[in-house]
Ligand binder design. Structure first.
Ligand SMILES: [Zn+2]
Ligand SMILES: [Zn+2]
Length: 493
């Protein structure tokens, strides 16, 4: 089947590039393994290659239509997707923090990280020196198993089957990694009574030794052949038990959501992200943000004082000039348009130019879950380029008086703070009058939104005109509050 035709059917943008990439992936998969052995048909393979290519190019991808096109059920598509990803060596990096959020046990994260590093250390110590350099721990199954064992030790029930599906491995591989980890890191994962000598434990090396091809073929074999159930909680769950298992998992989900809802404050019902997401996703502490913002304000104040001292003209006294309402309104609108235009292009360029992004604008994006007092958390040069120069231009071009400009800049600052407040409170006038608002800017702060919704702080005109607008819908979030979710199924999990 023709990949280009499929790409067109799925409405992918940048067709040429994505098709080329997908074809490359398909060729690679043909060389590396026989996907039909794993039950992945040709059409499905092509669709999955397109999805991997699109996600690498950060393009919007409609997974639901893709599943329809592949003619498979959602479950078997996901399974095939994981198999292909694994086979192509496109590791779906399993982030411990993401896992913590998804399974609602963020407090496990430090234990998992500690356990993983301990496991690596001890595993490497048991390997001959010549083999150490080639050991590869980046496969998602290691993270998933560490996460599972930590949860078990802390008496938290998590859905193991979902975890296995997420890391794109098989139950048997999961089980053998689990055995290895439990044996080596008894103190962190706490299953066996005493530490075993790593050299004695058979099977460890096979985890790293097996060629990817071999390993996978074995994995897709019928697991029911493997009748060894190696511990009491059944790492290999027979299918008739799965139903029960899922029921239990659903009950646990419900229970933890009830417990969580008891600890909620009123504001939590209006948050765009949960409190734990704020702690986990943000790459900077609140203390650093406060310091950064104060420094920024100080620099801006000094620049403004110098500017006004240099440009002040005492001969013009404007105290008795009272501009009419229409003049004031016109000045405000012009200033808003000028500031928006300046900020849109500067902001977009800061994302486009890798150097500027890495060294300057990325500071603001350390807040993936923004909060009010982080609104002006910027690199000082960004403050100067976007805010000071943008402000000066809107002041000069609108022709407003310094007195009026006090109101205008206060208004712009309050609007920016509201855009970052992370709350969708009822009756917020900014949300009623501006389509560019808290949810709109929140999309830009997410990883998937960094190429969209550049417009700030007032209108979204430039995003719409230049095609960088990401449509989203505000939906109720599980556990209370709202979520700004892209309407195209971009964030497919
Ligand atoms: Zn940005
Ligand atoms: Zn922002």
């Amino acid at each position: 089947m023709d990949i280009a035709g499929m790409a067109r059917k799925l409405g992918l943008s940048d067709i040429k590039l994505v098709v080329r990439k997908a074809e490359e992936l398909r060729r690679l998969s043909n060389i590396q393994f026989d996907s039909s052995v794993m039950g992945v048909g040709e059409i499905c393979k092509a669709v999955i290659c397109l999805e991997i290519a699109a996600s690498r190019l950060q393009l919007l991808f409609d997974r639901q239509s893709a599943i329809k096109l592949s003619g498979m059920s959602e479950k078997s598509y996901t399974r095939s997707f994981n198999v292909m990803q694994n086979g192509l060596g496109v590791k779906n990096k399993l982030d411990v923090r993401e896992l913590g959020i998804q399974f609602g046990c963020v407090r496990l994260i430090p234990f998992v990280l500690k356990g993983l590093s301990l496991f690596k250390e001890r595993f490497l110590a048991a390997l001959p020196v010549s083999r150490r350099a080639s050991a590869d721990f980046s496969r998602p199954v290691f993270t998933a198993v560490a996460f599972y064992l930590c949860a078990k030790r802390h008496k938290l029930k998590i859905d193991k089957l979902k975890l296995i599906e997420l890391c794109g491995t098989s139950e048997s591989e999961f089980a053998s990694v689990a055995t290895s980890m439990k044996d080596l890191c008894f103190d962190t994962f706490g299953i066996t009574k005493e530490k075993k000598d790593p050299a004695v434990i058979k099977g460890h090396r096979e985890l790293l030794d097996a060629l990817p091809g071999k390993r996978r073929r074995k994995d897709t074999g019928d697991v029911s052949d493997d009748s060894s159930i190696d511990d009491e909680d059944g790492l290999e769950i027979p299918s008739y038990k799965r139903h029960k298992h899922f029921k239990k998992a659903a009950y646990d989900d419900w229970k933890s959501s009830v417990i969580a809802s008891n600890n909620k404050t009123k504001a939590d019902n209006y948050r765009l992200h949960s409190k734990s997401e704020e702690d986990v996703k943000n790459l900077v502490t609140k203390g650093t943000v406060v310091k950064g913002v104060l420094l920024q304000q100080m620099i801006q104040a000094v620049v403004a004082i110098i500017l006004f001292t240099v440009t002040a003209d005492d001969s013009v006294v404007t105290t008795d000039m009272k501009p009419s309402f229409t003049i004031l309104a016109r000045q405000f609108v012009i200033a808003m348009l000028v500031l928006d235009t300046w900020q849109y292009f500067m902001h977009r360029y800061m994302h486009h130019n890798k150097f500027l992004y890495r060294h300057i604008h990325s500071q603001h994006h350390r807040l993936v879950v923004p909060y009010a007092f982080g609104a002006l958390y910027n690199h000082p040069i960004e403050g100067l380029l976007l805010d000071t120069i943008g402000g000066a231009l809107s002041f000069l071009l609108s022709g407003m008086s310094p007195r009026v400009s006090i109101f205008f800049f206060s208004f712009a600052t309050i609007k920016t703070v509201d855009d970052h407040c992370g709350l969708w409170l009822p009756g917020n006038l900014f949300h009623i009058f501006f389509r560019n608002n808290t949810a709109y800017h929140d999309v830009h702060h997410q990883l998937y939104g960094s190429k969209f919704n550049f417009s700030q702080p007032f209108f979204n005109i430039w995003d719409i005109v230049l095609g960088t607008y990401m449509p989203y819908s505000l939906e109720k979030r599980v556990g209370g509050g709202f979520e700004a979710r892209p309407t195209q199924d971009y964030k497919a999990e």
